[in-house]
Design a protein. Structure first.
Length: 216
């Protein structure tokens, strides 16, 4: 199975599933609120110190929640599939984000891959990192590259007419690279024959947490 994690909201698998990311909006909202309060306090006053600790506490809580979810997500992936292919860090994609977002993205992705490899060892599942170059540009059906700015969410091939979701196309390319990397040739079904992600199944975060907890 190839997965694409283009933007950190969710992942997209090559068998046409999107996996929800945790909904952390409430936590982020609270963090923004407490940070605003902190910015109004006088620097190095007692109140400032107290508020700084409050902000740090929320950040810790957020980090723990994300890590916990990544644990469950990776366990779910390696128990659900025989081999999992992931893109190496997509540097080109990330260059389109500003520095801060890029660092966060980078750190979360590294943590995810480290966990995934660890779980792969644990459960005897192959985890292979494939080169990210071209995964979003290339057409999964004919291989012709076309430029796509990051906000274009559809893949529509000017050469063969193949159309699908941008991330679905990328995950299919990751799948094909993974097969080649393992010397397995081409995946059995071509993208067109695969139930193609015009109708993607949504896997809820809840299901991932339940399934991931069983194996943990
Ligand atoms: Zn094409």
């Amino acid at each position: 199975m190839g997965i694409d994690l283009g933007i950190l909201n969710y992942i997209h698998t090559s068998d046409g599933e999107t996996v929800d990311w945790l909904d952390l909006e409430d936590e982020y909202e609270r963090l923004r609120r407490e940070q605003r309060t902190l910015s109004r306090k006088e620097n190095s006053s007692n109140n400032y110190e107290k508020q700084r600790k409050e902000v740090a506490k929320i950040k810790r809580h957020l980090r723990r929640k994300v890590l916990d979810y990544q644990h469950k997500l990776t366990t779910w992936l390696v128990t659900e599939y025989d081999a999992v292919f992931v893109e190496d860090l997509d540097v080109t994609g990330m260059l389109q984000e500003d520095g801060n977002a890029r660092n966060k993205h980078d750190a979360a992705w590294r943590q995810f891959i480290t966990l995934l490899e660890y779980k792969g060892d644990l459960y005897g599942t192959r985890v292979v990192q494939v080169e990210a170059r071209g995964t979003t540009k290339e057409c999964a059906q004919c291989g012709v590259e076309s430029e796509k700015p990051i906000w274009v969410r559809e893949h529509s091939c000017p050469s063969c007419g193949f159309e699908c979701d941008r991330d679905a196309n990328a995950s299919l390319n990751v799948l094909q690279s993974g097969f080649q990397e393992l010397g397995l040739g081409w995946p059995e079904s071509t993208p067109v024959e695969t139930a193609l992600p015009t109708d993607t199944t949504q896997v809820s975060a809840k299901r991932v947490i339940e399934a991931g907890s069983l194996g943990a």
